[in-house]
Design a protein around this ligand. Structure first.
Ligand code: ADP
Ligand code: ZN
Length: 799
C-alpha cells in the first residue's frame, strides 16, 4: 500500500510514502502521519491511499507513525482544502498549513527511563535471539514504570560502577528517577552536546530505554505566551469563576432567552424551516444596530442542536469582542468550543478532537475556525459578514465569509450572513435571489436609531470659533458640553492611531518616510517616536528637516492621540480614555478592562479607532462624534465608499442603544455631499446600495465583475521592473479578460521589498481563473525564482 501525504510546506505536489503493514489498520485519509522528510521528520496529512505508487522515481520511504486513533479530517474537509487550493491557486501544502496553524508543528519529545536489572535481563533474552520473546518482553516493558518496585541503591551502584566516566553521571541521575527524565531536562543538566550519543550508549547496554512522544510544539502558536492570559479569561469565563460574569446586574445582556420581538420571530421561523429541511439554505440577515441579531443566531443554534447537528459561529476578531464571547458562553456553556489566538496548539487540538467526536457542539471563532473538524455541521453563522478582517492577507489569501458559504454548501447546512451593513457582494446575491433576505428594521429594546448630523468642516473653519487646526469643531464641542453636563457619555471615533500620520517640513514639504516602506512615519507622542505602521520601524523625532536643514518640522493630519489631548484640554474635568492598538496589547490584552470601565460609566469620553466601534453595547453612551469621515475615502480602492458607509453606520450604532434618549451622532467631514455620508445620515442602506452597485457595474468592479491580482516583489527594483516589462510584453491581451498592468503598486516599497501588480477583471469566473492560472505559470517560469509572485483571487487590498 502507498499513501499520498500533504506536507505543510509551500509545494504543489503530494508526497508518496509506503505504508508498513503494522499501520494499515490505522492509516486512513484525514489522519496525521509522521514521515521522514530530508534528514528529519515531519507531520503531514494523509490525503489518500492507493494500491500503486504515484511516484515513478525510486527511493520511496516509509511512514513512521500515525498520530491519534482516528482521522482528524473528514472527507468533506479534504474536499474543502482541495477546493481552496484550486480556487486561490495556492499549493495544497500551503492550504494544509493555513488550515492547521501550529498543529503540524509537532516536535519529538524523548524520555529516558531507567531499566536497570530488568533491562539487563531483557538484553540477555534478546541476545538469545527469540523473536517471540522479544515482542513479549517489549509489551511487558510498556507497563514497567507502574509496577516497578523501589530500586535497590546498592544494586544500582553495582550496575553503574563499570560504566565509562562520561556515562556515569547520567546513569546516576536516571537511576534515581524510575519515572524517567525528558531529554530537555537532561540537556539542561548535562548539556546538549553529545547527549544523544550518551543516551544511545546506555540503551545499548540495556540500562535505559527511550520513549518517544510527538506533541504540538510549545509556544509555537503566536501569542501563546502573552495572549494566553487574555485567552484564559475568555475560555474560563463560562465556568462562572469571574466576578464580572456572575450576577452583575449591570450586565447588558440576558442569560436566559428573552421573548422575541415580532421581527425577530419572523426571522426565527424562516430559519427554523430551513434547519428542518436539512439542505443548504443561505440567508442574509440585515438588522440595524441593536436589533437583536444575536438573539436570532441563538435561536437558530438551539434549534440546530436540538436536531442533533453542530453549529459554527464566525466573528471577525474574537479578541475584540469579549462581551459577545461571554454572551455565547453564558448561553451554550460546555457545548461551546472557543477558538482564539491565545489558545495553545495543544488546547486547540483538544478542541478539534472534541468537535470531531461530537462532544463540543458549537464552535465560536475567527476565520480559522472554518477548518474545525465537525462531524455533523448543520448551521454556519457569519456575524458582521461585511468585516474586512474575514479576508486573510498572508499565506493563503482566502476570504473567511466566502469559504463559510462553500463549507455550508458542502455540508448542506443553513447559512446566516448577518450585518447591519452587509457587503455589496452579499446584498447583490440577495437581490439576485441567491440568498433569502431577512430584515430587522427596529431595535430590540424599543430604542430609536440615533439622529445623524453632518458637520461641514470647511464652513466650521470659516467661522473661526475654534483654532484653524482644531479636531473638535464648535458644533461637536457644544454637543459634548451638553452630553457631559447631563452625566452621559461620549465616544469620539477616528480610524488612525498615533498623534499625527506624518511629520512634514513647512519650508520644503519633505515628509519623514520609512526606510523600508513607501509610507510616511506616524508620530507617536506618548512614546516620542516616529513609527511605521507596516514594518514596525521606529525612530526618534527630530525638529530639523533632513532635506533642507531648517528647523521647521510640523505634524500633518490627525490621530487618536491628538484627539485625546485636545479633549483633555477642552474638558479638563472629564475622565478621558483612549482605545486603539497602542493602548491594547497583542491579542486584545487590556481591551476588556477599558471597555468595562467605559461601560460601567467610570469614564466620560472614549477616544478610539475601529476597536471602539465594533459591536459594543454602552448603555450610557449618548453622543458619538466621527472626527473625520473621509480618512477611508482617500484610499485608492473601489470599496472606499462602502467602507466609509459601513464604518459611519456602525459607529453611529453605538449611540442611544437603551430605551429613552435616542442619542446623537455628529459626523465631521470635508465632503458633506458624498452619497455614502448622505445614506449613513438617513440609515438608508438601500439608497447607498443603489448608487454604489450601479457605479460598480459601470466601472467593471465586483460584485458584477470578478477581480484577481498577481503581486510581484523583489529586493532589487531594477530587476523587478525589467521582469514586469518582459512579462507585460508576453501577456495574452486578446484573451477576453481585461488586464491592467503590470504597474508599480501604490505601496511601492513594503518591508524593503519593491512591488508591482497586475490586475485581472472579468465577468465570468471560469475564464478569469483560466487566464490567471496561465499568466501565473508563465510568470513563474520566467521569474526562475528571482521574483516572488503571489496570486490573490477576489482581492481586498489594492495598495
Ligand atoms: P445587534 O447584534 O443586532 O446589534 P444585539 O443582539 O446586541 O443587537 O441586541 C441589542 C440589545 O437588545 C441587547 O442588549 C439584547 O440583549 C437586547 N435584545 C435582543 N433581543 C431582545 C428581545 N427580544 N427583547 C428584549 N431585548 C432584546
Ligand atoms: Zn516601514
Amino acid at each position: 500500500m502507498f499513501v499520498q501525504i500533504a506536507l505543510p510546506i509551500p509545494k504543489r505536489t503530494l508526497f508518496t510514502y509506503a505504508l508498513p503493514e503494522a499501520l494499515e489498520d490505522l492509516c486512513r485519509p484525514g489522519c496525521l502521519a509522521l514521515v521522514p522528510v530530508g534528514r528529519g521528520n515531519q507531520v503531514g496529512l494523509v490525503w489518500k491511499l492507493s494500491e500503486e505508487s504515484e511516484w515513478s522515481g525510486g527511493g520511496i520511504r516509509q511512514i513512521i507513525d500515525i498520530l491519534g486513533e482516528e482521522p482528524l479530517f473528514s472527507d468533506e474537509m479534504i474536499h474543502l482544502l482541495d477546493w481552496i487550493s484550486r480556487y486561490y491557486l495556492r499549493p495544497i501544502g500551503s492550504v494544509v498549513a493555513a488550515a492547521m496553524p501550529g498543529h503540524l508543528r509537532f516536535e519529538r519529545r524523548r524520555r529516558a527511563i531507567w531499566l536497570g536489572e530488568e533491562g539487563l535481563e531483557r538484553l540477555a533474552r534478546l541476545e538469545e535471539g527469540s523473536l517471540a520473546e522479544q515482542s513479549d518482553s517489549l509489551s511487558e516493558n510498556k507497563s514497567l514504570p507502574s509496577k516497578k518496585k523501589k530500586p535497590d541503591p546498592a544494586r544500582q551502584a553495582e550496575l553503574i560502577e563499570p560504566l565509562p566516566p562520561s556515562l556515569k553521571p547520567l546513569a546516576e541521575a536516571l537511576a534515581k528517577r524510575p519515572s524517567g527524565l525528558t531529554e530537555e531536562t537532561l540537556a539542561r543538566r548535562f548539556g546538549r552536546k553529545g547527549l544523544d550519543a550518551k543516551l544511545k550508549g546506555l540503551v545499548k547496554r540495556g540500562l535505559i530505554e527511550l520513549e518517544e512522544d510527538w506533541r504540538p510544539r510549545q509556544g509555537a502558536s503566536k501569542g501563546s505566551a502573552k495572549g494566553s492570559s487574555s485567552g484564559q479569561t475568555l475560555a474560563s469565563s463560562g465556568a462562572g469563576g469571574e466576578g464580572v460574569d456572575g450576577g452583575d446586574l449591570s450586565e447588558p445582556f440576558l442569560t436566559c432567552a428573552p421573548e422575541l420581538t415580532s421581527e425577530q420571530r419572523v426571522c426565527a421561523e424562516a430559519l427554523e424551516g430551513a434547519l428542518e429541511g436539512g439542505e443548504f439554505a443561505p440567508f442574509l440577515l440585515r438588522g440595524v444596530t441593536g436589533s437583536g441579531k444575536t438573539e436570532v443566531y441563538f435561536r437558530a443554534v438551539e434549534q440546530c442542536l436540538n436536531g442533533g447537528r453542530q453549529a459554527l459561529l464566525l466573528v471577525p476578531e474574537i479578541a475584540l469582542t469579549p462581551q459577545l464571547t461571554r454572551r455565547y458562553r453564558a448561553r451554550f456553556g460546555d457545548d461551546l468550543a472557543l477558538f482564539h489566538s491565545g489558545l495553545s496548539d495543544g488546547l486547540r487540538l483538544q478542541q478539534w478532537h472534541q468537535l470531531r467526536r461530537g462532544k463540543a457542539r458549537v464552535a465560536l471563532g475567527a476565520r480559522s475556525a472554518l477548518f474545525a473538524p465537525f462531524s455533523n455541521l448543520g448551521l454556519v453563522v457569519v456575524d458582521e459578514e461585511h468585516d474586512g478582517a474575514y479576508k486573510q492577507e498572508d499565506g493563503v489569501p482566502y476570504h473567511g465569509r466566502d469559504m463559510a458559504v462553500v463549507r455550508a454548501k458542502n455540508c448542506r447546512a443553513t447559512l446566516i450572513l448577518g450585518s447591519a451593513t452587509p457587503s455589496m457582494e452579499s446584498l447583490a446575491n440577495a437581490r439576485l435571489g441567491r440568498y433569502t433576505l431577512l430584515e430587522l428594521n427596529h431595535r430590540a429594546t424599543g430604542a430609536k436609531l440615533p439622529r445623524v448630523e453632518l458637520v461641514n468642516l470647511k464652513e466650521a473653519a470659516q467661522k473661526k470659533e475654534r483654532p484653524w487646526n482644531a479636531l473638535v469643531s464648535e458644533p461637536l464641542r457644544c454637543a459634548m458640553v451638553e452630553t457631559l453636563a447631563s452625566d452621559r457619555q461620549v465616544l469620539l471615533f477616528l480610524n488612525r492611531r498615533g498623534f499625527a500620520p506624518a511629520l512634514v517640513c513647512r519650508r520644503c514639504g519633505a515628509a519623514v518616510n520609512c526606510e523600508n516602506c513607501s509610507v510616511t512615519l506616524t508620530l507617536h507622542m506618548s512614546r516620542s517616536r516616529l513609527m511605521c505602521h507596516y514594518c514596525g520601524l521606529s525612530k526618534g523625532v527630530d525638529d530639523v528637516c533632513v532635506a533642507c536643514g531648517q528647523l521647521s518640522m510640523a505634524t500633518f493630519g490627525p490621530g487618536t492621540e491628538q484627539v485625546e489631548s485636545e479633549v483633555r484640554e477642552l474638558f479638563p474635568e472629564a475622565r478621558v480614555i483612549r482605545l486603539d492598538r497602542d493602548t491594547v496589547g497583542k491579542g486584545g490584552v487590556g481591551l476588556e478592562e477599558t471597555l468595562e470601565l467605559f461601560r460601567l460609566g467610570e469614564m466620560d469620553v472614549l477616544v478610539g479607532t475601529q476597536m471602539a466601534a465594533k459591536g459594543h453595547h454602552f448603555p450610557k453612551l449618548a453622543l458619538v462624534g466621527v472626527v473625520l469621515a473621509e480618512t477611508g475615502l482617500w484610499m485608492p480602492d473601489f470599496r472606499a465608499a462602502e467602507r466609509t458607509f459601513q464604518t459611519v453606520t456602525q459607529v453611529a450604532g453605538r449611540a442611544g442603544r437603551e430605551e429613552g434618549d435616542p442619542g446623537r451622532v455628529l459626523v465631521q467631514t470635508l465632503d458633506p455631499g458624498h452619497y455614502a455620508l448622505g445614506a449613513a445620515m438617513n440609515h438608508d442602506i438601500g439608497a447607498f446600495a443603489d448608487t454604489e452597485l450601479s457605479f460598480r457595474s459601470q466601472a467593471g468592479y465586483p460584485p458584477g465583475f470578478r477581480l484577481a491580482m498577481i503581486r510581484f516583489s523583489a529586493l532589487d527594483p531594477g530587476l523587478l521592473a525589467d521582469f514586469c516589462q518582459a512579462l507585460g510584453e508576453r501577456l495574452p491581451h486578446d484573451c477576453g479578460v481585461e488586464l491592467l498592468g503590470p504597474a508599480p503598486a501604490p505601496l511601492f516599497k513594503l518591508r524593503r521589498r519593491f512591488r508591482w501588480q497586475l490586475l485581472f477583471k472579468e465577468r465570468e469566473r471560469g475564464r478569469l481563473h483560466g487566464v490567471l492560472a496561465g499568466v501565473l505559470a508563465l510568470g513563474e517560469e520566467m521569474a526562475m525564482g528571482r521574483i516572488r509572485l503571489d496570486a490573490d483571487v477576489d482581492p481586498y487590498s489594492f495598495l
